[in-house]
Design a protein around this ligand. Structure first.
Ligand code: HEC
Ligand code: HEC
Length: 222
């Protein structure tokens, strides 16, 4: 998260006030402070060009455009990224590119991208959002998901751009992500902290819950 935030802060340099404010908040880091930054980031617009992104995203579709496509060793579904938040897609691609997020083929794919490519591709995938679910419950459906709601929405339909949408994401991928945060294989200050408190049974339950919620993310169009 801190890496992602730093990358995003660079983006904010044009806006001195927000930039300095965010830096100050970052120093006093804590969950509330981070959430405040997420809100501030919600006001920043990226200038990605979805049409250019469509051309550049061609190679990505071999995996992200195939329903139920599976990553081998370990085995889990390739995440749905169509309709995911633009800001989050940018952050994810940046962390594969700088190798702070592990995954050999994603590192190789992201390694070839310039900042402009990343923004264009993110704009392209983010624009493929499905229909908003008609009814979003007022309370988290299971006790284990209560703490997640502040950032990922009550049922995983996050409306904060830096916090990934979880509703409708593949169960096996959510399980994989939480396990990777817990083991430290995927580094993130916030999620590492939350995941360290989860048992295998909690992870199973949370993955089942969020993946079964109606959401706006999907396999990318081909
Ligand atoms: C060989 C299959 C493959 C290809 C090709 C591929 N990806 Fe991925 N992608 C994956 C897998 C598997 C993951 C999950 C990796 C992990 O566990 O971190 C992933 C993760 C991601 C994520 C993070 C999703 C999340 O929810 O955190 C983004 C964004 C992404 N890919 C975008 C792209 C883009 C853009 C391209 C093309 C430039 C691309 N991918 C090409 C397999 C692929
Ligand atoms: C304070 C805000 C916050 C809270 C609370 C929180 N998360 Fe997260 N979560 C994030 C952020 C930010 C990321 C993106 C981190 C990164 O870039 O790796 C994330 C990432 C994730 C991912 C990876 C998604 C993907 O597409 O790769 C999963 C799964 C997840 N969170 C599940 C949970 C669950 C389950 C809980 C509750 C037990 C929870 N989170 C609580 C902020 C939060």
């Amino acid at each position: 998260m801190l890496n992602n935030l730093k990358a995003m802060l660079n983006k904010l340099k044009g806006n001195k006030l927000i930039f300095n404010l965010s830096k100050l908040v970052l120093k006093k880091s804590g969950v509330l402070a981070l959430m405040a930054i997420c809100l501030l980031l919600g006001t920043t617009a990226y200038a990605g060009d979805p049409e250019a992104g469509a051309q550049k995203a061609y190679t990505c579709l071999g995996c992200h455009g195939v329903k139920h496509y599976v990553n081998t060793y370990p085995t889990y579904h390739v995440p749905k990224i169509a309709g995911q938040h633009e800001v989050y897609i940018i952050a994810a691609l940046q962390s594969y590119r700088n190798k702070s997020r592990a995954h050999p083929s994603m590192q190789a794919n992201a390694g070839l991208l310039t900042d402009t490519d990343i923004e264009d591709i993110a704009a392209y995938f983010a624009a493929q959002a499905g229909k908003e679910p008609k009814k979003i419950p007022a309370e988290a459906g299971i006790d284990e998901a209560k703490t997640c709601a502040a950032c990922h929405g009550t049922n995983g339909n996050s409306n904060q751009p830096a916090n990934p949408k979880l509703a409708g994401q593949y169960e096996s991928y959510i399980r994989h992500a939480l396990t990777a945060y817990r083991s430290g294989e995927r580094q993130n200050a916030i999620m590492g902290g939350f995941a360290s408190q989860l048992s295998d049974a909690d992870i199973k339950k949370l993955a089942k819950y969020f993946s079964s919620q109606k959401g706006t993310i999907a396999t990318a169009d081909r």
